[in-house]
Design a protein around this ligand. Structure first.
Ligand SMILES: Cc1cc2nc3c(=O)[nH]c(=O)nc-3n(C[C@H](O)[C@H](O)[C@H](O)COP(=O)(O)OP(=O)(O)OC[C@H]3O[C@@H](n4cnc5c(N)ncnc54)[C@H](O)[C@@H]3O)c2cc1C
Length: 620
């Protein structure tokens, strides 16, 4: 059998990668261990949240599927950090995890050029350092021009609940037995990471009167820019808040030696930002309580997720300390919490297009690259898919830079800086976060999605209309002079803002900390549009004008460094004056431009000066 692209795995990375290559016209085949686990959510079925919501919007702006899929299947949605700055506001939704998987399966099954097959890949076919297909465990050979590995948490995985170990993937699904070893035979370095999840309990055993209901948003926003003008409102299922207490912590401390994390049974590295409850109790001994969120998993299931209580202690211990939590005194477990260990690769073996440096045409995306999270996986999936297309069509690599998107920050951190633990996206990782907001992801990336061929003509036209309206409106509001001082002062007094004694530009009022465009738009007598998304852009671009300008200047300053390409086959050890440590690091990472070289840990500015002088002398 022959195809253009093989995608190994139908998780969050695999789905985005396969949809991208198929929609770009390539014959694509997804091979996955279990076709009933497409886009499965083995952990908390939530999409988005701080920085992760930004990734979902960026995937959508490029023409990906995750945003549309969660808009169809959310059972609870909320804009986080509403009272904070625009840079960290982020949409978060609880998905109906069964509907989410089913809807994604429907899309996969009905996409042209896309075939799907249940099977397990055990080996890769390589000729002259070039990928040319895969071998399945039943020895079927399938040839292809590119392969994208998206095997998530399944490579040689095992699940642990105390000393009870099962050699399986998540939720008892079959693990991937042989592919890990095949990768190592190809000199691909692997490492062992771990993650974990909480128990699931029967909601009929929870005393909801004792715990605090969390309000969801009534005014529903959308993840996908395609749904901007659609009313997505529906009945929502609430989340609830409760807390651990001293009794909970006492049981955990007393049994900490039975936790595979602390008994040494687990030697792999876990995610600092997704700590188990054991980690929290040990790391923060002075904290008398930790938040616990009771979150729905599906409108058609009584199982609920207990967020903040991820654990791998023996089940009988889990039940004991869960029942010390207010509202959970009589909770009935449907599934115990567990930890999962799995193989992943050292991501510095990849180029910025997510292709392996030592095997051309072989790409990798998702948790296998050392990240943690559905959104991080999906973001890598769409980029790997687009670059498999560029590889086959001999086009320039499709790279998102750090000043264009969180996707750019994510991939650059993985391949340039390297990671020592499961990587979770955070707003603090993005130095240009004021520009990389979730509200303007389309303004930053849709043009690129359209040019590569993933955004339809109709969507592009709608996007241009919106973009032109925003630009026109910002210019108009900046020039609008407020003359009706009576009306103005009425509004200013209501908002505890200094009253006016003379005419003023509307934009100057917007810049006042206690005001925003929403509060004073009555003064904008020339206002014609009433699209919320346009109002938001008027407010943000005028209010943060100074900061945005400063970040744009910073980007300009380093732009020429980012554009300065470095020959990929340079032998840095031969460059006179370059420190050994730097030369070794540069030989390992093989940066594609000076900007990337500058971000490699252990490479200094003076090393870069030596490199630039060397390149100038050798006309590189
Ligand atoms: C127990 C658990 C807890 C988690 N907790 C968190 C958390 O707290 N926070 C968080 O952000 N994320 C968490 N995650 C991670 C989250 O689930 C993943 O980030 C996400 O699913 C990764 O997506 P992916 O596409 O890379 O891989 P996956 O969703 O794991 O999908 C991998 C796919 O590859 C297929 N596959 C694997 N090997 C082969 C093979 N050889 N041949 C064919 N098919 C193959 C599998 O069948 C599957 O379809 C957790 C995951 C687990 C399992």
């Amino acid at each position: 059998m022959q195809t253009d692209v093989i995608v190994i795995g139908s998780g969050h990375a695999g789905c985005e990668a396969a949809l991208a290559t198929a929609r770009l016209g390539l014959k694509t085949l997804i091979i996955t261990i279990n076709l009933d686990s497409i886009a499965m959510m083995p952990c908390n079925p939530n999409i988005g949240g701080t920085s992760k919501g930004h990734l979902v919007r960026e995937i959508d702006a490029l023409g990906g599927e995750m945003g549309k899929n969660i808009d169809k299947t959310f059972i609870q949605i909320k804009m986080l950090n509403k009272s904070k700055g625009a840079a960290i506001q982020s949409l978060r939704a609880q998905a109906d995890k069964y509907k989410y998987s089913l809807e994604m399966k429907k899309v996969i099954e009905n996409t042209n050029n896309l075939k799907f097959k249940q099977g397990e890949v055990k080996d890769l076919l390589i000729k002259n350092k070039k990928i040319c297909g895969v071998i399945l465990c039943n020895n079927i050979v399938i040839n292809s021009e590119t392969v994208i590995i998206c095997t998530g948490t399944y490579l040689d995985s095992c699940c642990l609940v105390g000393e009870y170990i099962t050699n399986s993937g998540p939720n008892g699904l079959k693990k991937s037995d042989l592919l890990g070893e095949s990768l190592r035979k190809l000199n691909i370095k692997t490492r062992r990471f771990k993650t974990g999840t909480s128990a699931r309990i029967d909601k009929r055993s929870i005393d909801y009167y004792k715990i605090k209901k969390q309000d969801e948003d009534k005014d529903i926003l959308n993840f996908s820019f395609e749904n901007q003008n659609l009313n997505l409102s529906r009945k929502q299922i609430s989340c609830y808040l409760t807390y651990t207490n001293e009794k909970t912590h006492k049981i955990i401390k007393k049994n900490i030696d039975k936790s595979p994390i602390y008994s040494g049974l687990i030697k792999s590295i876990g995610a600092r930002y997704c700590p188990s409850i054991e980690d929290k109790v040990v790391r923060f001994p002075d904290k008398s309580q930790h938040q616990v969120f009771i979150e729905p998993e599906s409108e058609d299931s009584n199982e609920v997720y207990v967020s903040g209580m991820s654990t791998s202690l023996p089940e009988e211990i889990q039940i004991k300390f869960y029942r010390t939590v207010l509202g959970l005194e009589n909770c009935e477990f449907t599934r115990a919490g567990y930890a999962i260990e799995y193989d992943c690769i050292d991501s510095t073996q990849l180029k910025l297009n997510l292709e392996f440096k030592n095997i051309s045409g072989l790409f990798s995306a998702g948790q296998i690259n050392g990240t943690s999270g559905y959104e991080e996986a999906a973001a890598q999936g769409i980029i790997a898919g687009i670059n498999a297309f560029c590889y086959i069509k001999n086009k320039d690599n499709f790279i998102i830079s750090r000043n264009e998107g969180y996707i750019g920050v994510l991939i650059d951190d993985l391949v340039t800086k390297g990671i020592d633990e499961p990587y979770r996206m955070l707003t603090s990782r993005a130095e240009y976060r004021l520009l990389l907001r979730q509200d303007n992801a389309d303004l930053r990336l849709t043009e690129r999605g359209y040019k590569i061929g993933l955004i339809s003509k109709k969507r592009y036209r709608d996007f241009l209309n919106k973009k032109n309206t925003i630009e026109r409106e910002i210019l108009r509001v900046k020039k609008f002079l407020v003359k009706d001082l009576n009306l103005a002062n009425e509004i200013l007094i209501k908002n505890n803002s200094n009253i006016l004694s003379h005419e003023i530009f509307l934009s100057d009022l917007i810049k006042r900390p206690e005001l925003n465009y929403d509060k004073i738009k009555k003064l904008d007598l020339d206002r014609k549009n009433n699209q919320r998304v346009v109002d938001d852009q008027i407010n943000i671009n005028i209010k943060y004008e100074g900061y945005i300008k400063k970040q744009l200047e910073q980007i300009d300053k380093i732009k020429n460094l980012e554009d300065k390409k470095i020959p990929i086959d340079l032998d840095y050890l031969k460059i006179y004056g370059l420190r050994i440590e730097a030369a070794q690091k540069l030989n390992k990472i093989r940066p594609e431009n000076i900007g990337q070289a500058l971000r490699i840990n252990g490479v200094s500015h003076s090393d870069i000066s030596v490199l630039i002088i060397y390149m100038r002398k050798n006309k590189n």
